[in-house]
Design a protein around this ligand. Structure first.
Ligand code: ATP
Length: 192
């Protein structure tokens, strides 16, 4: 693989919209950090076992899968717990992406990593695309998609490195403040 495009941005700014388009129209393989992060804590996984040891079996649902919202509440209020969890999940995600990249033989590949900077994974990619939209649009899109109140949506947005900081670290900045077709035009220009 020659070109590893790392797609990142803020919560709800349009990363999936960008990667879906890259897959559909350009047929590029897409690796998704969120998929591996969910796999990391799937039923009967080593990390889920460690989570159960730490928080007790109330952290699981009846079927033995993780109660994500319960865990979310714990780590949201306790930075040390968040760090503990991330130190388990991030290396797993990194390992999965590295191994997939080693098995791919296409020239280009897209890796969507929402926490590319936070999890210090920039070394995995050869270029960084940051997808952004205005703060008002980001808030509205997150509230609508995840059915959150304004306060909840704001606190999720605030938990990440600011979009401005991410844009400053990007190789390519993609503006998703407009329509989807305006978004697609920018991608077409980047790949032509
Ligand atoms: P997350 O990291 O939270 O999963 P994301 O960055 O992948 O989010 P998307 O899921 O692509 O973001 O987009 C967030 C929401 O905004 C979705 O509901 C999507 O349909 C909508 N959206 C994305 N781009 C646009 C656009 N240009 N115009 C209107 N709505 C949009």
């Amino acid at each position: 693989v020659k070109q590893i495009i790392g797609v990142t941005g803020g919560i709800g700014t349009g990363k999936s919209t960008v990667s879906n388009y890259l897959h559909k129209v350009y047929n590029l393989p897409i690796l998704d950090a969120d998929f591996y992060a969910r796999e990391a804590v799937s039923k009967e996984s080593r990390i889920l076992e460690a989570i159960k040891q730490r928080y007790g079996k109330q952290i699981l649902q009846e079927d033995g899968s993780l109660n994500r919202s319960k865990l979310g509440k714990i780590i949201f209020n306790q930075p040390a717990e968040k760090q503990w969890l991330e130190q388990k999940i991030h290396p797993y995600v990194r390992q999965c992406i590295t191994s997939e990249l080693n098995h791919l033989s296409t020239k280009q590949v897209v890796v969507v990593i929402p926490l590319l900077f936070e999890a210090e994974m920039t070394d995995l990619v050869t270029e960084i695309w940051v997808v952004y939209c205005s703060p008002q649009q980001q808030l509205a899109r997150v509230m609508a998609r995840d059915q959150l109140s304004e306060t909840e949506a704001r606190s999720r947005i605030k938990a990440q490195i600011s979009l401005e900081e991410k844009m400053a670290l990007a190789d390519v900045v993609i503006d998703n403040s407009g329509s989807t077709s305006e978004l697609q035009q920018q991608i077409d220009r980047l790949l032509s």
